[in-house]
Design a protein around this ligand. Structure first.
Ligand SMILES: NC(=O)c1ccc[n+]([C@@H]2O[C@H](COP(=O)([O-])OP(=O)(O)OC[C@H]3O[C@@H](n4cnc5c(N)ncnc54)[C@H](O)[C@@H]3O)[C@@H](O)[C@H]2O)c1
Length: 358
């Protein structure tokens, strides 16, 4: 599918801001949501960028997402912080939650923060980056209350969502390590694109409605649904379960244990662990060993088909450099869906496009 549009970053952000504002958010929240979504596109994660707007608008109209909510502390006791996201925009709730957790981690050396009932938190790496910018290690386990689309290892039925996990580590003297991915072998958004293009899916990603391996992405997109598989067989499956137990049960936000849902809202529960490496007494060793290890890693030769060894976070930085310069590509289907969503909030599609084009 050809990219139909390439939008400059700031005008695109203003267009998304206009939609979120029309949905009832105040100016601050509209800006936070728009910046967060456009940043995901800028970093190459289109599946978690502005293409989420139609679902957000439907969730708003259904009442599953509520504008202008704030994170509410249900426990604030030293290094322990428990928060309720009150069904608010994850882009605003996540930021408030991380600001509170960062403040406590700086005061006490660490913070364990649970966040329940937040609407979609988007790219989880966004939250790790906030903590890492303050010199903190940031670990996240997240569950998704939306649709069960992923089967456990050894199972034929979908039982949970794409439950992401993330680890951010500040690296002395260089850009941070930001490991951030869904525990499904492939993102659901990528399967939808493959289905639209009539492409096959590589082996090991999907099973059909009878539990048999398939390369046909329709089983992730239209009924009868099969299921996506976790990455890394039993290992990825175990991580997905850890996300459900820690992000869903431990936070109190809830786990997935329902049949098919028609609701458009996407709720996330997130366990976050922040550690201040400067407070552990190991800072000189952390700096020395990090440096030595990364030098050693990069002395390794690139495998055939690769130009070099990268660390997690590098691909996103490369995307950011390119798309900041060249603009954000948006395919025709995605932009059409965004215009349709804007129409539901009484915004004019042509005016919106002019705004996005700058
Ligand atoms: N909020 C939610 O409910 C939810 C659910 C699922 C996924 N997500 C988000 O979706 C986004 C995309 O997830 P995904 O599973 O498609 O990610 P992905 O498969 O693109 O993997 C991304 C990770 O792998 C690293 N990486 C990629 N190529 C690399 C290379 N060549 N060398 C070294 N490291 C490399 C990246 O730096 C990043 O850390 C993530 O930001 C995730 O948080 C959110």
């Amino acid at each position: 599918m050809a990219d139909a549009f390439t939008f400059p970053v700031e005008p695109l952000t203003r267009a998304i801001e206009a939609i979120v504002g029309a949905g009832g958010s105040d100016a601050r929240e509209a800006r936070l949501v728009a910046e967060n979504l456009v940043t995901a596109n800028l970093l190459g994660h289109d599946s978690h960028g502005i293409g989420m707007i139609p679902r957000y608008v439907d969730a708003l109209l259904e009442g599953g997402l509520e504008p202008n909510r704030h994170a509410r502390a249900t426990l604030d006791a030293g290094t322990l912080l428990a928060l309720d996201g009150c069904k608010g925009y994850g882009q605003a709730i996540g930021r408030e939650a991380m600001q509170m957790a960062i403040e406590r981690a700086k005061r006490h050396g660490s913070c364990v923060m649970t966040l329940a009932n937040s609407h979609h938190l988007g790219r989880i790496g966004h939250w790790a980056e906030m903590a890492v910018a303050e010199g903190l290690v940031s670990i996240h386990f997240v569950n998704v209350i939306s649709h069960a689309r992923v089967a456990p290892y050894g199972g034929r039925d979908a039982r949970f969502g794409t439950n992401p996990c993330c680890i951010g580590v500040p690296l002395p003297g260089e850009a941070p390590f930001i490991l951030d991915y869904a525990t499904s072998a492939v993102a659901q958004g990528k399967l939808r694109v493959a289905h639209n293009k009539g492409e096959k899916v590589p082996p090991g990603r999907l099973i059909d409605d009878q539990g048999r391996p398939t390369d046909d992405p329709r089983y992730a997109v239209v009924p009868p649904y099969g299921a996506m598989l976790p990455f890394g067989e039993h290992k990825g499956s175990g991580m997905a379960l850890a996300c459900e137990l820690l992000g869903g049960a431990l936070t109190g936000g809830g786990t997935w244990h329902y049949g098919e849902s028609t609701k458009q809202r996407v709720m996330n529960g997130m366990l976050t662990i922040l550690i201040d490496p400067a407070r552990l007494g190991t800072a000189p060793a952390f700096e020395r060993e990090t440096r030595a290890f990364l030098d050693w890693l990069r002395q390794g030769r690139a495998a055939p088909g690769f130009d070099k060894v990268r660390i997690a976070g590098d691909p996103e930085r490369e995307y950011r450099a390119k798309r900041s310069r060249d603009g954000v590509p948006v395919d025709a289907t995605t932009w059409g869906e965004i215009e349709k969503a804007a129409g539901k909030l009484k915004l004019d599609a042509a005016a919106l496009r002019r705004l996005a084009e700058g």
